[in-house]
Design a binder for this molecule. Structure first.
Ligand SMILES: Cc1cc2nc3c(=O)[nH]c(=O)nc-3n(C[C@H](O)[C@H](O)[C@H](O)COP(=O)(O)O)c2cc1C
Length: 301
C-alpha cells in the first residue's frame, strides 16, 4: 500500500508547479471541426490525490467503480441509482491497446490527438440509451463513484458532476455544448504546445475511446435498446446482439456511444491496510477569486 504523507506532500509540490498554467478556451463548432484553442497557458491545479488514485487504477487490472446518479420514482421523489462501470482512467489520457492504436492509425486522418491535455477527471463509456445520462441531466449532473480496491485495501470516493460527450451532431445539441464547456474547465495543458493544441479535436478524443473497445464491445452500441423488454422487436433492423464493429465511424454504433467525464469536487481515500490504524483523507476543491485549490484534511477513519 503506497499511501504515505510523503507521497501527498510530493503531489502538493506538483500542484504548485502546475498552478502557473491558465485557462483554455474551447470554441463552438461541430465535433469534426477544430475546437480547442488556448487563450493563455494554464488550467486548474493538479489534484494532490491524482497520482495516488492513478497508480491504484493502474495496479488494478480491469478497474471498475460503482457510479451513483439520482433518479425519480413514480411519486417523483429523488432516489439513488447505482451501477458498475469500467473505469477508463483520466480524460483524455487513455492508453490505447495495440489493436485500438492500429484502428486509429488506419481510420482516422492524422491519427489520434496529440497528447497536449491532462486532467483530474475520470472517464467511462456508456450507451446514450441507458438511464444514467437522462438522470444526470435531470439532477444537475450530480454523481458519486466509489472504488473498493481490495488488493490495495483502499476505498476511493469521488464526488462531483458528470458530462457526456460524443453526440454525432456535436455542438448543435445543447447537451454536447454544455458538456464540452464544463469539461474544458478541468483540462490542463501539458507544456507549451500551441501548434499541437490547434490539432486537438473532441471527435478524435471520443473516437479514441471507441477504438479502445474490441469489435464485439463496439457492437454493444448496435444492440437492441438496453433495458427495454426483450419481447419487443426493435424497429431498427440494424439493432442486433453479437455484432462486430470494425468501422470506428459506424453511424449506428456512434449514435449511441458516449464518453462520460467526471469533474471531481470532493475526493476521499480510506486506507485499511493497517486494521489497527486505518487512515482517511479528504480533499475538497475550493473555488477562489484567484483560481481553485484543493484543501486536504486527514480524518478519523
Ligand atoms: C463488470 C461490469 C462493467 C460494466 N461496465 C459498464 C460501462 O463501462 N458502462 C456502462 O454504461 N455500463 C457498464 N456496465 C453495465 C451497467 O452496470 C448497467 O447495467 C448499465 O450501464 C445500465 O445502467 P443504467 O440504465 O442505469 O444507465 C457494466 C456492468 C458490469 C457488471
Amino acid at each position: 500500500m503506497v499511501l504515505a504523507s510523503t507521497s501527498i506532500s510530493h503531489q502538493s509540490s506538483l500542484q504548485v508547479a502546475l498552478r502557473r498554467l491558465s485557462a483554455i478556451k474551447v470554441d463552438s463548432g461541430s465535433l469534426s471541426t477544430k475546437v480547442v484553442t488556448m487563450s493563455a497557458p494554464s488550467g486548474p491545479p493538479r489534484a494532490p490525490w491524482r497520482d495516488l488514485l492513478g497508480s491504484h487504477i493502474e495496479q488494478t487490472p480491469g478497474c471498475e467503480f460503482t457510479i451513483a446518479t439520482i433518479g425519480y420514482n413514480a411519486q417523483q421523489h429523488p432516489v439513488p441509482r447505482l451501477r458498475t462501470c469500467a473505469c477508463r482512467g483520466f480524460f483524455p489520457e487513455l492508453e490505447l491497446n495495440a489493436k485500438g492504436q492500429e484502428a486509429m492509425d488506419q481510420q482516422v486522418e492524422g491519427g489520434a490527438n496529440p497528447p497536449v491535455f491532462e486532467s483530474d477527471m475520470l472517464s467511462f463509456t456508456t450507451d446514450a440509451r441507458m438511464d444514467k445520462l437522462p438522470q444526470l441531466e435531470s439532477s444537475g449532473h450530480a454523481t458519486e463513484v466509489v472504488f473498493w480496491l481490495k488488493d490495495l485495501m483502499t476505498q476511493w470516493r469521488v464526488k462531483g458532476t458528470a458530462y457526456a460527450i460524443g453526440n454525432p451532431s456535436g455542438e448543435d445539441t445543447e447537451e454536447e455544448k454544455l458538456s464540452r464547456t464544463e469539461i474544458k474547465k478541468g483540462l490542463r495543458v501539458k507544456g507549451n504546445t500551441d501548434s499541437d493544441i490547434a490539432k486537438w479535436t473532441w471527435e478524435k478524443a471520443v473516437t479514441k475511446y471507441f477504438a479502445n473497445h474490441s469489435p464485439i464491445a463496439r457492437g454493444f452500441f448496435r444492440s437492441p435498446p438496453p433495458g427495454q423488454p426483450r419481447s419487443s422487436t426493435p424497429s431498427q433492423l440494424d439493432l442486433k446482439l453479437g455484432q462486430k464493429v470494425l468501422d470506428l465511424h459506424d453511424p449506428v454504433a456512434r449514435a449511441n456511444f458516449r464518453v462520460v467525464i467526471i469533474r471531481p469536487e470532493e475526493v476521499e481515500c480510506l486506507d485499511l491496510t493497517d486494521q489497527e490504524n486505518g487512515k482517511r483523507w479528504n480533499w475538497t476543491l475550493i473555488d477562489g477569486s484567484d483560481g481553485s485549490r484543493w484543501d486536504e484534511a486527514e480524518l478519523w477513519p
